[in-house]
Design a protein around this ligand. Structure first.
Ligand code: ADP
Length: 230
């Protein structure tokens, strides 16, 4: 079999996913990462189009890997490869095994030609999932050990679409501090500003009359940001 389909929601693509992609690309002539909707994950961090764009940016380093998307059943998608294809999945733990085993049997039932192959997760990524990354991003944590470097900023940006998180995240990374050369007095005004901001529920109105360069740059970076969806 020459083609492998690696399906998932990839919201966002992590180093665990990338590890499976890299290994599959060494085994198969062609690997198609297929980004699919997941009925169990109602509030994705990124839209499907955004996830496709992020994954494309990351896999561009592999000449035999491409990214596609499909709305229907995986077993039906596999039929669109006339030369045949095999499904590749990553297995992290027992819980993955039970779900994936059931899915493999269902896919085989719908499309008897379709086989599923499992690659065991690399030990260093067995703990890693997109959900864990999203949670960490919400706290402004360093995502370098979990995400491909090409998409770290996108995930931080999206996680920071909550204005309160933006302020804390940027303070934690010291960028706001450096930008404004703030003093302890500024810190005190900021901490009194946050409960006010929470009470009014929107940073845009909270920063309407503010004049400092920090709030101005925060306001402009939030203007283009979509609302939080996860
Ligand atoms: P998740 O949201 O749990 O990361 P996905 O639907 O994006 O799940 O996962 C797609 C495929 O990648 C699944 O086969 C899943 O088991 C596998 N996978 C996810 N994370 C890892 C990891 N850290 N290591 C290996 N395989 C993984």
């Amino acid at each position: 079999m020459k083609t492998a389909i690696y399906p998932g929601s990839f919201d966002p693509i992590t180093l665990g996913h990338l590890n499976i992609i890299r290994r599959a690309s060494g085994i198969f002539e062609r690997v198609v990462v297929c980004i699919m909707p997941n009925a169990g994950k109602l509030h994705p961090m990124f839209t499907r189009e955004e996830r496709v764009a992020l994954a494309r940016r990351v896999v561009s380093r592999f000449p035999n890997v491409e990214v596609d998307t499909f709305d229907g059943l995986l077993a039906e998608y596999a039929k669109t490869f006339p030369e045949g294809a095999v499904i590749v999945k990553g297995l992290r733990a027992n819980t993955d095994f039970e779900n994936e085993f059931q899915m493999a049997l269902i896919n085989k039932k719908i499309n008897p030609e379709l086989d599923t192959m499992f690659l065991t997760a690399s030990q260093k990524y067995t703990f890693l999932s997109s959900s864990v990354v999203k949670e960490l991003a919400g706290y402004g944590a360093d995502l370098t050990p979990f995400l491909p470097c090409e998409i770290i900023d996108d995930v931080h940006e999206r996680a920071a679409c909550d204005p309160i998180q933006t302020i804390f995240h940027r303070l934690r990374r010291n960028t706001l501090w450096e930008e404004t050369k703030w003093t302890t007095k500024s810190w005190n005004s900021l901490t009194s500003f946050i409960p006010w901001c929470r009470r009014h529920g929107a940073c845009r109105s909270a920063t309407k009359n503010a004049s400092s360069s920090a709030t101005r740059s925060l306001r402009s970076s939030m203007r283009s940001r979509p609302p939080c969806r996860w």
